[in-house]
Design a protein around this ligand. Structure first.
Ligand code: 5GP
Length: 207
């Protein structure tokens, strides 16, 4: 340890890492792998008014709430950001968890849409925004169909939305391609970004 403090984990300030991508790009799995491998990366569990899917768990994947409960949380100022992502479905990032994680010097991982990413950057300019890039629109379409969670019409709308989402790329700090079957490479690339970001001089907290 240097007299000037050690760049990196022990003396660096926490920050928000936003992970966004068109749906079907695989960001949920990438987020799970990132947090499973490193206890200093803590995923924020969003609140949503969407109904729970069979493979999901309340409080783990999302906190599933009614529209009334969600609106009450908006009034209480409980969200760092919130957005209507699909067809009247609301999603929001709870402020308290994110602030606690950052205060403790860890990385708060937010797997959220592009509107959310932009909002977080406005609140925390030091947040790091990573965009996961799908190999192609065809691949995205195939993955959504294989997932079998939505109707053809819903998939069609998600693909239209994906094209719009790709336009937000310039607002992001980093772009990482997520190729089929190469998730570990994607995770390693994001870990590399985190390692570098922890060493930013502006994040040092010399002892
Ligand atoms: P899904 O319903 O497929 O889990 O998620 C739909 C979209 O909502 C995804 O792009 C996901 O990243 C986004 N999302 C999840 N939680 C939040 C959140 O708290 N805020 C925002 N803005 N988007 C979110």
């Amino acid at each position: 340890m240097s007299d000037f403090g050690t760049p990196g984990r022990s003396d660096s300030k926490g920050f928000c890492l936003v992970l966004s991508a068109p749906s079907g790009t695989g960001k949920t799995t990438v987020g799970e792998l990132l947090t499973a491998e490193d206890s200093t990366i803590v995923r924020s569990v969003s609140m949503t008014t969407r109904s729970m899917r069979p493979n999901e768990q309340d409080g783990v994947d999302y906190r599933f709430v009614s529209a009334d409960e969600f609106k009450a949380k908006i009034r209480q100022g409980a969200f760092l950001e919130w957005a209507e992502v699909y067809d009247g479905v609301l999603y929001g990032t709870p402020r308290d968890t994110v602030e606690r994680v950052i205060r403790s010097g860890d990385v708060a991982l937010l797997v959220i849409d592009v509107q959310g990413g932009r909002a977080v950057k406005a609140i925390f300019p030091e947040a790091v925004l990573v965009f996961l890039i799908p190999p192609s629109m065809d691949c995205l379409s195939r993955r959504l169909k294989q997932r079998g969670l939505e109707t053809d019409d819903q998939i069609h709308r998600r693909l239209i939305k994906a094209r719009t989402e790709m336009k937000y790329l310039p607002a992001y700090d980093y772009g990482v391609e997520n190729d089929d079957g190469k998730q570990q490479l994607t995770v390693d690339a994001i870990r590399g970004i985190i390692t570098a970001e922890r060493r930013r001089i502006s994040r040092w907290e010399p002892q």
